[in-house]
Design a protein around this ligand. Structure first.
Ligand code: DQQ
Length: 587
C-alpha cells in the first residue's frame, strides 16, 4: 500500500464554498441552453467524433447534441426511447425527437427522428413530452410544440402524435394530426408552458399535467379529457409551490408501499403512494416529494415528511436532469431515465462532435420508510459484465490505498461493502454549517471536507479514473459525522475537483446525505464507471450521484482504480465484486 494524501492538495474555505454555491446561478452548472443563439444552432458536423470521452455502455446518439429523454415506453416487443436531439450539431437547437429501440434497454438500434418540426403548431421545435398507452395497446405521444420564437424561449403549445402504422413494432412513422394543438396556454406565460406528462385515467377522464410558472411560483397545471383530443384545464393546479421557479418536465406516478414492483400510471389503491417530480429550471436539478393523490379535489399533496422545495430530495445529486419514468409491463417495474449533461465547454463539445448521454436506466421503488425512493441500475446491465475481480477482508489504514487490478477500470461495475469496528472516531459535525444554503448543504460540506482533509470515520471509498501518480482522480466516498446529541450523519460525495488537469471543465464536488442506520457498521457503494461518467449508488440506491469527468492522463489503459481510507478508523473491504463492462451496441 502506498501513502496517500500526505499533504492537502487543495483547501476550500467556507467562503469559497458559499461563493461557489451562489455561482451555480451564473456558472456552467446551469446551462441556459434555451437561450436563442441562432448561429450556434448549427455546428460543423464532425464525421469522426473524438472517442476518448465517449461512453461504452451509456445511451448516446452517434453524434451531435442530445438532452431530455422523451416518451420511454414498451410496445410489441421493443422498448422505445425518444430524446431531444439536434441533428445539425453538438449544441442545443433545431430540436427534433431522436428515436431508438431496444429489446433489453441496453443495446439500441437507431431509427430516423420520429417527430420533427413541420407544421404551424411545432414549426420552431418539438420539445419534451411523454407517451401514454391507450386501451387496445395504442400509444399516443403528447409533446410541446414551439409555434413562435417570441417571446423567448418560444411560444409553447401541446400537440399529440399517433403511430402511422400500429402493426409496426418499431413505430417508425408518426402522424401529427391537423387538429393540433390540443392544449394552448390560457394565461400570459406562453413561453413557460411545456413538457406534458404521461396521462392517467380515473373518473371517466384522462388527466395529464403541464409544467409552468408564474413569477417564481412553480406550477403543474392539470388538464382533463374524455377523448384525449379535447382537453380542459382544471380550476386548481395539480400542485404548485412558491419561490422555486419554473417546473420543467414534471412527472407524476403511483408507487407501491408493498414491495418493489412498479405500477401502471393509472393505478389507485390503499397500498399506493405517489411521487411528484419537477426539474428545476433555476438550479438544474430534479427533486421529488412523496405524497398523496386527493382524488376528490384532483390535486397532489406532499407528505409532511417530504421537503417541497430546493432543499428537497433529489433523484441524483450530480449531473442529472429532465428525467422521466415509465411503467415496464413486462418486468412489472417503474424505470427512470435521466439525462447527464456534459461538464465540458461549448467549444470542446463542438470539437468532439457530440454532447449529452442518458444515464443507465434505473428501477425505482419506495424505501421501506415510505419517505424516499430507492434506485438501482436495471438488471439487464449485468449481461454486459465480463472479467471479474473479487476481494474479501482487505483492511485499509489511515492514508492507505489498495489498487483494484485485473479489470478494465474505465468501463466497469464496482460493488463494494465497507465495514468498521466502531463509530467512536466519527468527526464532529460543525454546527456552523447550519449557515450554509440548505439546498446545497451536502455539496458544500463535500467541498470543505474533501478526501484530503483527514477524518475519523472516513473519508473512505473509491478513487476512480486515477492517473498513475494521482495527478488526476475522481474520489467517490463516505464521511461519517457525529452530531451534538450523539446522532450520526453520513455524507456521500463524488468529487470532480481533482478529476482532470484540464482547467476549463465544470468540476464540482457533488454531495448528498445518506439516511442509513449505522448499527451494523457497514456502508455499501456501487459505481458504474464509463470513460467520462461515474454513476454511484450509496446504500443500495438510497443516495445517488453521477459525475461527468474528463481526465487527460487517466484514460483507457492508463487509468487506475483504488480503494482508499483517509480516516483514523481502520476500514475493512468486507467484499468487493468488480467487473469489466463490455461495450454495448448503441446506435
Ligand atoms: N428541454 C426541452 C424542454 C424542457 C427542457 C427543450 C428541459 O421541453 O423544458 O429541449 O431540459
Amino acid at each position: 500500500m502506498m501513502r496517500f494524501f500526505d499533504t492537502c492538495l487543495w483547501s476550500l474555505t467556507l467562503l469559497t464554498c458559499l461563493l461557489s454555491t451562489l455561482n451555480i446561478f451564473h456558472g456552467r452548472g446551469v446551462m441556459a441552453f434555451h437561450d436563442i443563439h441562432h448561429k450556434l444552432y448549427e455546428t460543423n458536423s464532425v464525421e469522426n467524433v473524438k472517442q476518448v470521452y465517449r461512453t461504452g455502455y451509456h445511451f448516446q446518439p452517434k453524434k451531435n447534441w442530445m438532452n431530455d429523454p422523451n416518451a420511454p415506453m414498451y410496445y410489441k416487443g421493443f422498448y422505445h426511447l425518444f430524446y431531444q436531439y439536434n441533428p445539425k450539431g453538438a449544441v442545443w437547437g433545431n430540436i427534433v425527437w431522436g428515436h431508438s429501440v431496444s429489446k433489453d434497454l441496453i443495446n439500441w438500434i437507431p431509427l430516423e427522428p420520429a417527430i420533427v418540426p413541420s407544421k404551424p403548431f411545432d414549426r420552431y421545435g418539438c420539445w419534451s413530452g411523454s407517451a401514454t398507452i391507450l386501451p387496445g395497446d395504442k400509444p399516443v405521444i403528447v409533446y410541446t410544440g414551439i409555434i413562435n420564437e417570441k417571446p423567448e424561449p418560444g411560444h409553447q403549445v401541446q400537440n399529440y402524435a399517433i403511430p402511422a402504422n400500429y402493426s409496426d413494432p418499431y413505430l417508425q412513422k408518426w402522424i401529427k394530426p391537423d387538429n393540433n394543438p390540443i392544449i394552448k396556454p390560457i394565461h400570459e406565460n406562453v413561453s413557460s408552458f411545456r413538457d406534458p406528462t404521461t396521462a392517467w385515467f380515473n373518473n371517466g377522464h384522462w388527466k395529464l399535467i403541464v409544467g409552468s410558472k408564474s413569477d417564481l411560483r412553480g406550477i403543474a397545471y392539470l388538464y382533463r379529457s374524455r377523448d384525449f383530443i379535447k382537453w380542459t384545464k382544471a380550476k386548481h393546479p395539480f400542485h404548485t409551490k412558491n419561490d422555486i421557479g419554473m417546473w420543467e418536465c414534471p412527472d407524476f406516478y403511483p408507487i407501491s408501499s408493498q414491495g418493489t414492483n412498479g405500477l401502471d400510471t393509472s393505478t389507485l389503491g390503499n397500498d399506493v403512494k405517489y411521487v411528484f417530480k419537477a426539474s428545476l429550471d433555476l438550479t438544474r436539478f430534479d427533486y421529488y416529494t412523496i405524497g398523496r393523490y386527493n382524488l376528490v379535489k384532483d390535486i397532489y399533496v406532499p407528505d409532511n415528511t417530504s421537503v417541497d422545495g430546493w432543499a428537497g430530495l433529489r433523484y441524483d445529486y450530480g449531473n442529472f436532469y429532465a428525467s422521466k419514468t415509465f411503467f415496464d409491463p413486462i418486468k412489472k417495474r417503474r424505470i427512470l431515465w435521466g439525462w447527464a449533461n456534459e461538464s465540458s465547454t461549448r467549444s470542446e463539445d463542438i470539437a468532439k462532435g457530440w454532447s449529452g448521454i442518458q444515464l443507465i436506466p434505473r428501477k425505482v421503488w419506495l424505501d421501506h420508510s415510505g419517505h424516499s425512493l430507492l434506485q438501482w441500475p436495471i438488471m439487464e446491465l449485468e449481461s454486459l459484465r465480463g472479467q471479474k475481480k473479487q476481494l474479501n477482508n482487505v483492511k485499509i489504514k489511515k492514508g492507505g490505498t489498495f489498487e483494484v487490478k485485473g479489470i478494465n477500470v474505465v468501463q466497469a461495475d464496482i460493488d463494494v461493502t465497507f465495514t468498521f469496528l466502531s463509530l467512536d472516531k466519527a468527526e464532529l459535525y460543525d454546527e456552523k454549517w447550519k449557515d450554509l444554503p440548505s439546498e446545497n448543504l451536502a455539496k458544500s460540506i463535500c467541498g470543505i471536507r474533501g478526501t484530503t482533509v483527514q477524518g475519523g470515520l472516513g473519508p473512505f471509498g473509491l478513487l476512480a479514473l486515477a492517473s498513475s501518480k494521482l495527478e488526476e482522480y475522481t474520489p467517490v466516498f463516505f464521511r461519517v459525522f457525529k452530531k451534538a446529541g450523539g446522532k450520526h450523519k453520513v455524507l456521500f460525495c463524488s468529487d470532480a475537483t481533482p478529476s482532470s488537469l484540464n482547467k476549463n471543465e465544470y468540476k464540482p464536488s457533488f454531495g448528498g446525505f445518506v439516511d442509513v442506520d449505522l448499527r451494523e457498521k457497514k456502508l455499501s457503494l456501487r459505481s458504474l464507471i464509463d470513460h467520462s461518467v461515474i454513476e454511484s449508488f450509496a446504500e443500495g440506491g438510497k443516495t445517488v450521484i453521477s459525475s461527468r469527468v474528463y481526465p487527460t492522463l487517466a484514460i483507457n489503459e492508463n487509468a487506475h482504480l483504488h480503494l482508499f481510507n483517509n480516516g483514523s478508523e481502520i476500514i475493512t473491504i468486507e467484499r468487493l465484486n468488480a467487473w469489466s463492462i463490455k461495450t454495448a451496441h448503441i446506435n
